[in-house]
Design a protein around this ligand. Structure first.
Ligand SMILES: *[C@@H]1O[C@H](CO)[C@@H](O)[C@H](O)[C@H]1NC(C)=O
Ligand SMILES: *[C@@H]1O[C@H](CO)[C@@H](O)[C@H](O)[C@H]1NC(C)=O
Ligand SMILES: *[C@@H]1O[C@H](CO)[C@@H](O)[C@H](O)[C@H]1NC(C)=O
Ligand SMILES: *[C@@H]1O[C@H](CO)[C@@H](O)[C@H](O)[C@H]1NC(C)=O
Ligand SMILES: *[C@@H]1O[C@H](CO)[C@@H](O)[C@H](O)[C@H]1NC(C)=O
Length: 486
């Protein structure tokens, strides 16, 4: 075997370690209380955020709790961005600095912001249990990580107007909390997922963000002070439940976490409900609604079913009408274009919703004909357009959003502009993607349609995509729009 001699390998490894830790710094903020359970918060910054930008947040946390909170602000990472190789050195260093400064307990909690939080949660899953709890601010555990099985308690704090870690990404974390009712209460206190109304990504720190990150964040609707007060309140509740030995304080904190959860339900659940319209795995409810909408006044005479297919089966299968006794059954077909969700935190900013939904439906006139003698003797009507389905998607998305989010979109957001359908023959309908483009005026959407006597095919927007646009992307300036292109 050839290769570098082992002493050289050891030397190279030593150099790597040296370069990983040479520049790192830790700033200690001493406790403001002389009594109370000692807890050490180790801050891991978001990309391009300087360590001192957390001193205000840290101070508010110290003031919000009866615990004796020490703070270690880590900083001076390479290129102002946390990477896995530097993280364990940063935490080791923070712990040793905390000890040197006089902290005696070993109750350390990691606090990660943005991308720093993604790396921190990875570290916390694999590390030697130095951290006893985790707080993720505008950040999340990886998609496949179960909160229930997370080795230590985790508080996930979401900012409503976070342009970096979008609220729809945090909805995935909220879902982890709620999808299994066994041990639900324990999860609520051990791994709470809480949202802060009107705050943005920058407000987890102070003084704003630098560089490219600033451009993707949304405009906050609360002051930095108010955001910090909320952050302090939830840090206190979580840290008290996790570390305090004062029963009355713990009771109070449990109540706060319950209240926070009830608020989170109101915010996150509608996102999931609308997402589940696109697909619940077997059926596309959105396609069922679309068919019922097309059936119009015959809606209550037909039973609609749906099958989600991938190509080539979607390509080769059409919708059908059948009868069971006198009852008409319409079978619709759907294809959901959802992109693979990336695990790389750098790409966690992408939209959560499917890019488009392709539907094979039956037009009203075909239903009218098939009903034969049962039908009313009404005049044939103009068929609906695929555009009208996009309109419906927008209405669904608006009505599921909170009143404030709706008003914000209507007053400040770039609107969804529904263009006329683009009609195609089948061999061109199949390969043409939903036409969706963004400019300063808004998000333009033109459905791809195919209509004849028997069939009405539509490539349309997903209601969840409309909801993400309304709640997040519409609030950004055009040139920094992140709408993923196919
Ligand atoms: C935080 O750091 C900045 C910059 O060094 C300083 O101006 C400010 O006073 C500090 N605030 C606190 C609460 O320590
Ligand atoms: C729900 O959680 C319990 C306790 O962890 C576990 O035993 C059970 O398998 C889970 N159920 C589902 C459907 O995941
Ligand atoms: C929040 O938004 C409302 C409505 O646009 C506005 O009147 C208010 O001034 C905003 N508050 C802050 C703190 O940005
Ligand atoms: C869109 O369709 C409507 C109704 O068919 C029509 O009046 C209008 O001219 C069309 N707009 C464009 C830009 O083609
Ligand atoms: C945006 O695009 C639409 C259609 O593509 C165009 O009519 C409109 O003028 C554009 N708006 C701006 C501000 O460029």
């Amino acid at each position: 075997m050839f290769g570098p001699p082992s002493f050289l390998k050891a030397f190279l490894a030593f150099l790597t370690i040296l370069s990983a830790c040479e520049s790192l710094t830790t700033t200690i903020l001493e406790p403001i209380r002389s009594t109370g359970n000692e807890v050490g918060l180790i801050f891991i910054p978001g990309t391009s955020v300087k360590s001192y930008q957390y001193n205000e947040t840290a101070r508010v946390i110290q003031e919000s709790t009866e615990l004796r909170v020490w703070v270690a602000l880590t900083g001076d990472y390479r290129h102002d961005e946390v990477y896995t190789d530097q993280l364990s050195f940063a935490i080791e260093d923070a712990i040793s600095e905390l000890k040197k400064a006089g902290m005696t307990s070993e109750l350390y909690a990691g606090v990660g912001h943005g991308w720093g939080g993604y790396y921190l949660q990875e570290y916390a899953q694999s590390s030697n249990k130095k951290l006893k709890a985790l707080v993720l601010m505008g950040s999340a555990t990886s998609r496949t990580t179960s909160l229930r099985d997370f080795p230590i308690p985790v508080l996930t704090l979401a900012a409503e107007l976070d342009g970096v870690t979008r609220i729809t990404r945090i909805a995935v974390e909220y879902e982890k909390l709620t999808h299994n009712t066994t041990g639900f209460l324990k999860g609520l206190y051990r791994t709470p997922v809480i949202y802060i109304e009107g705050a943005n990504h920058a407000q987890f720190a102070s003084g704003g963000l630098n560089s490219h990150i600033k451009l993707v964040d949304l405009k906050a609707n609360v002051t930095e002070e108010d955001a910090h007060r909320e952050i302090g309140k939830y840090f206190n509740a979580f840290l008290t439940v996790t570390f305090s030995s004062d029963d009355s304080k713990i009771d109070e904190a449990l109540n706060q976490l319950t209240d926070a959860f009830l608020k989170s339900v109101k915010k996150f659940q509608p996102f999931l409900d609308v997402r589940n319209l696109d697909t619940d795995g077997e059926e596309s409810m959105w396609t069922l609604l679309a068919q019922e909408y097309f059936a119009d006044e015959y809606g209550d005479r037909v039973a609609v079913s749906n099958e989600i297919l991938e190509n080539p089966w979607f390509y080769s299968t059409g919708p059908s009408i059948s009868f069971n006794d006198d009852n008409m059954i319409i079978k619709t077909i759907a294809l959901i274009h959802a992109k693979e969700q990336s695990y790389d935190p750098h790409w966690a900013m992408g939209m959560e919703s499917p890019h488009e939904i392709d539907m094979k439906l039956i037009p009203k006139d075909a239903i009218w004909k098939a009903l034969g003698k049962q039908r009313d003797t009404i005049l044939k009507s103009e068929p609906n357009t695929c555009r009208s389905l996009n309109q419906l998607a927008v209405i669904l998305a608006l009505s599921a959003s909170t009143e404030k989010a709706r008003e914000r979109y209507l007053s400040q957001g770039r609107p969804i502009i529904l263009e006329n359908d683009t009609n195609k023959f089948y061999f061109m309908w199949v390969p043409s993607p939903l036409d969706m483009w963004e400019n300063e005026s808004g998000l333009h959407v033109s459905a791809i349609s195919l209509i004849n006597d028997q069939y009405h095919y539509c490539k349309v927007m997903s209601p969840y995509r409309a909801m993400e646009w309304i709640n997040v992307d519409s609030l950004r300036d055009y040139k920094f729009g992140l709408l993923d292109k196919k």
